[in-house]
Design a protein around this ligand. Structure first.
Ligand code: ATP
Ligand code: MG
Length: 435
């Protein structure tokens, strides 16, 4: 009875109706399925092609799918990093009229990888630390908007490269609860404890499979999330007291938060009864300080550390062309057209699925630095680019699942299926060998 199929979505993609909902997900034909790396899970999750993009489909109960769908909507409204919801499909029946599980459909997060696909052989301690730091930052952001996760783990997180670090996204919101008036310390501690236990288990699992570099302590890595989380949380929320003659400390606090990538929505300032001391406490802090500035100046929407990197280059460009007095927007436009775009466009078309443009640009800058160091002089960008494309990029494996068309007029994007697992190549390259 196909008429009983119910689709919940904020905008219904007609392609959704074309998917074989009357077939159990496990039996979907390989023509519909896109093979991409995914994390471990209790439910069956598979990727499918939907109108030229990739979506993740999870089979679960109608209640759970609906709950997770609503939660992902709330998280998106609060600007928390998470996968984007697409639809809930309920009332599925097979050809014989037997009920099938409901399905939650989410958009595949482009250029993201589950942690197990970030390296081919062994997880190295510095990669592990970067993963855990990214997860700690995600947890701080989620707690800051009042989201209690309940099932924090590496498997429930997706990672994107972010200028040498990682940016983490929540993928599994099933166990989450939203308390917009804020979480209690007990709730936050609970999530941290769950995170620690799950990460320790996940790393030990790698160890058992021979996929952890020898001598690395799984417990120490797992403990890392607690310290990383606590120091970031304190930096964002701790109150600070100082004498009224030390007003610069207020500016300093704001700058410190900005450098961590956060903006202050509100700062509460109270002075002591005798008027000699002031207590400040940042209230609402939004992540993405550099992201927002770059977006405002150039229209580029990238990860936080990538934005920081691009802004540094923009600032250097401004000094280089001696236009310090000029309007920031004007210089930014010039930088975009004279520096950023030529670099991105110089990447051969067949190599563009390798890395996101902002990440490739970051790597070109890095490459320039190493080349200049080795030669003891600055190297022209064109030469750096040729060397980067031939020596580095060509040897990377693809990270995009979908590549946008060359121009807006080309209709169907190219799907790169069967994405191989890859090395965390940032670690593998000895840049000095290249020059
Ligand atoms: N939108 C998405 N983009 C990319 N990968 C996804 C997406 N949705 C799910 N995945 C992949 O599928 C895996 C399983 O998804 P999920 O964690 O939601 O399943 P689950 O069965 O609820 O997990 P658990 O066992 O933790 O309850 C994730 O680890 C992730 O790798
Ligand atoms: Mg999960």
């Amino acid at each position: 009875m196909p008429e009983s199929l119910s689709i919940t979505a904020s905008s219904v993609d007609p392609g959704l109706l074309a998917l074989p909902w009357s077939t159990p997900l496990a039996e979907w034909p390989s023509s519909t399925i896109v093979f991409l790396p995914k994390g471990l899970s209790r439910h069956l999750v598979r990727f499918a092609n939907l109108s030229g993009r990739v979506v993740a489909i999870k089979e679960t109960t109608a209640e759970m799918a609906r709950r997770e769908y609503d939660m992902l909507g709330n998280l998106a409204r609060l600007d928390a990093p998470c996968v984007e919801r697409v639809a809930v499909i309920a009332g599925r029946r097979d050809a014989r009229g037997e009920p099938l599980p409901a399905a939650l459909v989410t958009a595949h997060l482009k250029f993201s990888l589950p942690y197990r696909a970030l390296f081919t052989q062994v997880l190295r301690p510095d990669t592990a630390t970067r993963l855990v730091d990214a997860l700690a930052a995600l947890l701080v952001r989620l707690h800051n908007v009042g989201f209690f996760w309940g099932d924090v783990s590496l498997s429930n997180t997706l990672f994107r490269r972010d200028a040498g670090a990682f940016a983490a996204y929540l993928v599994d919101a099933e166990t989450g609860e939203l308390h917009e008036s804020g979480l209690t310390p007990g709730q936050r501690e609970h999530d941290l404890e769950v995170a620690r236990t799950n990460i320790a288990g996940e790393i030990m699992d790698l160890e058992a499979g021979g996929r952890l570099e020898g001598g690395v302590d799984a417990i120490a890595i797992a403990d890392g999330i607690v310290s990383s989380y606590r120091s970031l949380w304190a930096a964002l929320t701790d109150s600070e007291s100082f004498g009224t003659d030390e007003a610069w400390r207020l500016t300093e606090r704001v700058q410190r938060l900005n450098s961590l990538g956060f903006d202050i929505g509100e700062m509460s300032i109270e002075s002591s009864a005798d008027g000699t001391r002031v207590v400040i406490q940042p209230k609402v802090v939004d992540a993405g300080h550099h992201q927002r500035r770059l977006l405002r100046l150039t229209g580029l929407d990238v990860e936080e550390n990538q934005a920081r990197r691009l802004l540094n280059d923009l600032d250097e460009f401004r000094v280089r062309i001696s236009r310090l007095g000029d309007d920031e927007e004007m210089v930014a436009h010039e930088w975009l057209t004279r520096v950023f775009e030529p670099v991105v466009k110089a990447i051969p078309w067949d190599l563009r699925a390798k890395l996101e443009p902002a990440e490739a640009f970051h790597q070109v800058l890095e490459h320039r630095w190493y080349m200049s160091q080795a030669r003891g002089r600055s190297v022209p960008l064109a030469e750096v680019l040729t060397s980067y494309v031939d020596e580095v990029l060509r040897h990377r494996r693809d990270e995009a699942t979908l590549m946008g068309p060359a121009t807006d007029t080309v209709s169907l994007p190219v799907i790169t299926a069967n994405l191989p697992v890859m090395d965390d190549e940032d670690d593998d390259i000895d840049w000095r060998d290249l020059v």
